[in-house]
Design a protein around this ligand. Structure first.
Ligand SMILES: Nc1ncnc2c1ncn2[C@@H]1O[C@H](COP(=O)(O)OP(=O)(O)OP(=O)(O)O)[C@@H](O)[C@H]1O
Ligand SMILES: [Mg+2]
Length: 255
């Protein structure tokens, strides 16, 4: 396989194997994510979408193969060695993963302080800007328990954005949200790419979001990616798993 231009590729999986005991998740997983693209990842429940995102952050190990993130082979790195990479990659977790005992402001400020930002005015500015961006100005003093599900998801997104990442990983950012909040989050993802050239990897089950957001779409099945192509080509793919998935989703969403 020829080496691609390093400047064009921000994440690369090379023949990655991953199993939990006898539960095989990946066998020979290959993936190349390009700078500035929105790549959507589709796949049935339990196929390993969340596991894939966690491997990109080195939050989960693998059994064979290499994962290269922003030019660094992260295979076998410990937490301290991962730190410089993690600072450049943000993650919006499936369940928002906010600290329940901290206010919205503290939830957003915490990762900044942790990475050494000490200037209080700077912290306040970045938190305020991020909350405005997710359309939640003035919620600084609220606790996560006082927020709706949609608001919590948006705070999770704001927390990731506050850290000015180069890559953002989204684990089902719109699942369980009403259509207005779905549209809001989708538009934020698009605006982040437009404004900052951010690369986004979005795991979703939502077909309208997939069609709206994606530059490319990948389909997980049989312990690997069975199809990855530009959106228009993906929609016409004849790979059986893609057809079955898209047809089932389209039927569900038809009135
Ligand atoms: N820490 C873990 N220990 C053992 N098994 C795990 C662990 N994390 C994930 N798994 C298993 O790996 C498989 C893939 O899990 P994963 O969470 O990535 O699925 P998913 O594709 O994100 O599904 P969903 O769409 O439901 O979120 C599942 O069978 C799950 O039980
Ligand atoms: Mg998941």
């Amino acid at each position: 396989m020829p080496e691609p231009e390093p400047s064009e590729e921000v994440i690369r999986f090379e023949n990655v194997d991953k199993a939990f005991g006898s539960n095989v998740i990946y066998e020979g997983l290959n993936l190349s994510v390009k700078k500035g693209e929105v790549l959507t990842i589709l796949g049935g429940s339990g196929t390993g979408k969340s596991v894939m995102l966690k491997m990109m952050l080195g939050l989960m190990t693998w059994d064979a193969g290499r994962v290269i993130v922003l030019g660094t082979d992260i295979t076998g790195l410990d937490d301290a060695q991962m730190l410089p990479v993690r600072r450049r990659v943000g993650m919006v977790f499936q369940n928002a993963a906010l600290f329940d005992s901290l206010t919205v402001f503290e939830n957003l400020a915490y990762p900044l302080v942790e990475r050494g930002v000490r200037d209080e005015a700077e912290i306040k500015k970045r938190v305020t800007e991020s909350l405005a961006m997710v359309d939640l100005p003035g919620t600084e003093d609220m606790l996560p328990a006082d927020l709706s599900g949609g608001m919590r998801k948006r705070v999770g997104l704001a927390r990731a954005v506050t850290q000015s990442p180069e890559i953002l990983l989204f684990d089902e950012p719109t699942t369980g949200l009403d259509p207005i909040n779905v549209r809001r989050i989708d538009e934020m993802i698009l605006s982040l790419r437009q404004r900052f050239g951010l690369t986004s990897i979005v795991v979703t089950h939502d077909l309208p979001s997939t069609y709206l957001l994606s530059d490319r779409v990948a389909m997980l099945a049989q312990h690997r990616i069975v199809e990855i192509s530009a959106l228009a080509a993906f929609r016409k793919s004849q790979v059986p798993e893609v057809r079955a998935f898209l047809d089932a989703m389209e039927q569900r969403e038809a009135p």
